[in-house]
Structures are given as C-alpha cells and as structure tokens.
Design a protein around this ligand. Structure first.
Ligand code: NAG
Ligand code: CU
Ligand code: ZN
Length: 220
C-alpha cells in the first residue's frame, strides 16, 4: 500500500515537471535614424522564456563586421536614433558587466558578432533577463551598438555604465506574442519491464521511475 502511494506521489511530481509554460516574445529591429523616427526594418528577434531560461534567436542585416554591444534598454521607445530607449535596463541599480557576472545590469547581454558578409545571426541565452516576473523586459527595447561592449573591463569612464559600446545603430521594442503550455507527452513510452526491481530504497525509486510513465498514460 505504501509502495503504491509512493508510486502515485512520484507520478504527480512527474506530471508537474512535464507541464511547463513557454512564453514567447518578438522584436522587429529598426535601423536607427539620427534625430528621427525609424522606418526600415533590418531584422527580427524571437524570444522564448521557459522557467528562468530565456533564449533569443533571429538575425540582423547591414551591420559592419565585428562585435557590437547588445543590450536591453529600459524604455519601449525607438525614436531619436534609438536614444529614446534610455539607459541599460537596470532595476537593481548595479554596475555594467558581462552576461555571466553577478554584478551586471539585467539588460547586459554582451555582444553579437557580425561576420564579413554582414548577416548577423542572433543566438543568445540568459537566465537573468526575463519575459516574466516583476522585472520583465516585455515593452522595453533591444539596442545594437556601433562598437564592442567591453563588459565593464575597460579603462574608459563609460566602461562601468555602458561598456563604452558607442552609438546606437539599431533597436526594436520587445512585444509579448503568446504563452504556450507544454503538456506531458504520452507518446513513445517504453514497454513494461517483465521483472521489476524490489527491496532497497534505491530500487524502489527505480521502480517509481519505471511506473511513472505508465501511470501517466493511464491517468491522462
Ligand atoms: C527562431 O527559431 C525558430 C525555430 O527554429 C524559427 O521558426 C524562427 O523563425 C526563428 N526566428 C527568427 C527571428 O529567425
Ligand atoms: Cu545598449
Ligand atoms: Zn549595462
């Protein structure tokens, strides 16, 4: 009886783990127009949030080859040559840094690299910036800079605030697109084993692992 309860509890945990919400966002990236409003789209970026993990993928055309600072800025305004987007998104009032620093702005996503052909692939992941929660980046802006972000390691005065990444070349507002709940799958389950392990705690856990998908299949 207690074994059965153990198996049942484990299967509930398995259901909880297998059901997760994915939040999506998108930003169309516009070429900055100095003193004006942008009109030309030069790229797009998709955002996908799963738990605390944020993944960005997309591309931008027309940047000069080399590295370009890539940040989330605080305001969802892409006017005035992208300057209207304000400063790096920094709700915790920390210092500018690299994506893997603990002392960094939420918006500090490091650099993107443009190869000689000018087509810039965007493939960035982060576990601080998020589409959800009290410090969501939805409605804020992505900004691409002229120069490399020195990640706060430079000697210039600007290193600790902007990474000294220079002017703003392109920007776009991050919008929420959809929320998707990923359900537990019932496809491709392993066949029932003929002999189940018994006895020790460790083999009980093993039998739970084997039973959980079977219970899922029966209950869903
Ligand atoms: C991001 O990747 C997905 C899945 O491969 C693709 O469908 C989508 O078009 C990509 N987004 C951009 C902006 O390239
Ligand atoms: Cu920036
Ligand atoms: Zn910063």
């Amino acid at each position: 009886m207690s074994d059965l309860r153990h198996v049942f509890a484990f299967s509930l945990i398995a259901v909880a783990l297998a059901t997760s919400e994915v939040i999506r966002g998108r930003a169309y990236i516009f070429k900055a127009v100095p003193n004006g409003l942008p009109s030309q789209i030069v790229g797009s970026i998709d955002f996908e949030q799963t738990g605390s993990f944020l993944k960005l993928n997309g591309s931008i055309l027309g940047l000069a080859p080399g590295q370009h600072g890539f940040h989330i800025h605080e305001k969802g305004d892409i006017g005035n040559g992208c300057l209207a987007a304000g400063a790096h998104y920094n709700p915790h009032k920390l210092t500018h840094g690299a994506p893997d620093d603990s002392n960094r702005h939420v918006g500090d996503l490091g650099n993107i690299e443009t190869p000689p052909d000018g087509f810039t692939p965007i493939s960035v992941s982060d576990s601080l910036a998020s589409l959800t929660g009290p410090y969501s980046i939805v409605g804020r802006s992505v900004v691409v800079h002229e120069k490399i972000d020195d990640l706060g390691r430079g000697t210039s005065d600007l290193s600790k605030t902007t990474g000294d990444a220079g002017g703003r070349l392109a920007c776009g507002i991050i919008g929420a697109v959809e929320e998707v709940t990923v359900e537990a799958t019932t496809a491709g389950l392993p066949p029932l084993p003929l002999e189940l392990p018994q006895g020790s705690g460790a083999s009980k856990l093993a039998s739970c692992l084997i039973f959980a998908p079977v219970l899922l299949r029966n209950f869903l």
